[in-house]
Design a protein around this ligand. Structure first.
Ligand code: BEZ
Length: 177
């Protein structure tokens, strides 16, 4: 990605807990837009091929969670993890990891990922269309730094993981300070 790009305006369909909802599943739909997530905030966005996949679940998401306080010290207001998965899957993934700090964004239709130019086919794994792995520093909706894994391609055999790791993103922020 070259130049300063604005994140696309998309409406995400999230599921939020609401104890006034009767029954065993007290959640309701809530629409959240790109403006809700990005306007007036300096945030880290990272996106990955799928909830519950090994690298994402073992390293990338838990390490962003663990380093959250370090990112806050660098002036980051929020960290968002986005995946082309629906809100039920994303919520279940967050719950399974005991997530408290990183916020999950369900891009179930892939609209945000497609408009970011990051949608890839993963039919080789039976995944359908998913996100290439990347991270970004986004300030008030404008992409200020871009961390894209090498080899952007459809049906990639092994998804690279390095440049978009929380350790690399954090070090880059520290070096720029
Ligand atoms: C992962 O471990 O991150 C991964 C596994 C399979 C497909 C995509 C990603």
């Amino acid at each position: 990605m070259t130049g300063k790009k604005k994140v696309p305006f998309v409406t995400f369909l999230t599921r939020v807990r609401d104890d006034s909802v009767q029954g065993p599943n007290p959640y309701r739909w809530e629409k959240r837009t790109s403006d809700d997530y990005f306007a007036g905030k300096r945030v880290i966005l990272f996106s990955l091929p799928g909830a519950f996949t090994p690298t994402c679940s073992t390293y990338q998401l838990p390490n962003f969670e663990d380093l959250y306080a370090e990112f806050k010290k660098e002036g980051i207001d929020a960290i968002y993890c986005l995946s082309v998965n629906d809100a039920f899957v994303m919520n279940a993934w967050g719950k399974s990891l005991g997530l408290q700090k990183v916020e999950l964004i369900p891009d179930g239709s892939g609209e945000f990922t497609r408009k970011m130019g990051m949608l890839v086919a993963k039919d080789n794994l039976g995944f359908g269309m998913r996100s290439w792995r990347y991270a970004a520093l986004v300030n008030n909706g404008v992409v200020e730094q871009w961390f894209e894994e090498e080899g952007f391609s459809d049906n990639c055999g092994t998804d690279p993981y390095g440049v978009s790791s929380p350790q690399n993103v954090l070090q880059t922020l520290k070096d720029a300070a």
